[in-house]
Design a protein around this ligand. Structure first.
Ligand code: HEM
Length: 382
């Protein structure tokens, strides 16, 4: 691990990270009191994720336990079976190559113009705040609002993370007051989506969802799912990728050979794992890597440990089939927004390529947050 990346991970979870990583080095599967059955092996993790009959997202200790009181029962990440597959099928139209590149071009234009012009003028830029603008612009697009100014983007982003920041691994449910706060944030966030859905204008995402055959409540649920899953992950990942690429000299290499961009992005995902754990509830007695588990237990897939076995950041090394894209999940719940995530990540990285002598002038780690991240990462040219 680069020293900087270790500080990011330990800054978020000074106790849990070393513990989970330490356990993972010794045990591929281990039962940890008050946490669950922790899986640290990629092949076993893939088996669990690919068996939705035995391991679900809807039982005790699962994501449904956390989110259903806030978002209702039909939000993809708390659904299983035929209903889940049908909702995913309807939403697929939002993430085609064409839809994603037009959404990304629309949402990224202003933040990328700001990033590029400030750096070209020789001024320092905090990459974290630029990626927050980008994530805020995505939220605005999802709820059908034009992303007008930076203050508005910041409000949208803050509203989105107000919900995710309440989650802790050792606490399988939100408290009633957290649920109330999340519900009020969500009602504010989705109010424009209700109007955009009613207007049915297919140039807005809610209007497009209506065209794809989603009911109003499915469309609002999908917006909530996108905000919960697609905001903090990106704000965590993109600055960490940029820091890694600068620290290891890969950003300069990419400026000379852009064909390696996807290798760097994929290895960066493997090395940082912006979605460090996945949760499942055991629906019926089963075995996980030879260990018996009982219905009602919680399985914690420590994706971070599964991915780390490969060692230091090295975009030249291929990923094994068991590991391939595990950071986006596997099986029926595989990340629906992956094409959009890639489009946003590539856009930021490509904006930085070709700028002379980009270096990091300040970095500050975010402390005690759910997803490890930089609080500030200031870069400058020359
Ligand atoms: C680097 C960025 C991202 C990472 C690492 C990531 C990772 C993941 C992972 C690991 C899952 C599966 C969780 C599980 O099985 O328990 C997931 C699901 C999901 N992601 Fe992403 N994600 C990212 C960005 C996005 C974006 C930008 C969006 C959309 C705006 C998005 C939308 C979703 C949705 C809707 C699901 C739920 C799918 C389902 O349950 O069927 N994600 N993501």
């Amino acid at each position: 691990m680069t020293a900087a990346e270790r500080r990011v991970q330990f800054g978020a979870h000074p106790v849990a990270y070393p513990l989970v990583r330490g356990l993972g080095l010794v045990y591929p599967v281990v039962r940890v009191p008050r946490v669950g059955v922790v899986v640290s092996d990629a092949a076993i993790a893939r088996q669990v994720l690919s068996d939705p009959v035995s391991f679900t997202k809807t039982g005790p200790g699962s994501p449904a336990d956390l989110w259903t009181p806030v978002v209702g029962p039909r939000v993809l990440l708390n659904m299983e079976g035929a209903e889940h597959a049908e909702l995913r099928r309807k939403l697929g139209g939002l993430f085609t190559a064409r839809a994603v590149s037009s959404l990304c071009a629309e949402v990224a234009a202003a933040p990328m113009a700001f990033l590029s012009s400030e750096l070209r003028a020789g001024r320092p830029v905090d990459v974290v705040s630029v990626v927050k603008d980008l994530a805020g612009a995505v939220i605005c697009a999802l709820v059908g609002l034009p992303s007008a100014d930076r203050a508005e983007l910041a409000r949208a982003f803050a509203a989105g993370t107000a919900m995710t920041s309440m989650v802790r691994l050792g606490r399988p449910r939100l408290t009633p007051s957290q649920v109330a706060r999340c519900r009020s944030v969500l009602a504010d966030l989705t109010a424009p989506a209700v109007r955009a859905y009613a207007d049915g204008d297919p140039s807005t995402v809610p209007g497009r969802m209506r065209e794809l055959g989603l009911t109003e409540s499915e469309a609002l649920g999908a917006v909530a799912a996108f905000v919960l899953t697609g905001t903090e992950t990106l704000v965590s990942y993109v600055p960490r990728l940029i820091a890694l690429a600068i620290d290891t000299g890969w950003l300069a290499r990419l400026s000379l050979d852009r064909t390696r961009l996807d290798d760097v992005v994929n290895e960066g995902l493997r090395f940082t794992v912006p979605s460090p754990v996945m949760l499942r509830s055991v629906a019926r007695d089963a075995f996980v890597g030879g260990k018996r588990v009982k219905a009602g237990e919680r399985v914690v897939i420590a994706t971070i440990s599964c991915a780390k076995t490969l060692g230091p950041f090295d975009p030249d090394r291929p990923h094994s089939p068991a590991l391939r894209q595990l950071w986006f999940g596997a099986g029926a719940h595989f990340c629906l927004g992956m094409p959009l995530a890639y489009a946003e990540i590539r856009t930021v990285l490509e904006t930085l390529l070709g700028l002379d002598g980009l270096s990091i002038v300040e970095r500050r780690v975010a402390r005690r947050v759910l997803i490890p991240a930089y609080e500030r990462l200031v870069v400058r040219c020359g």
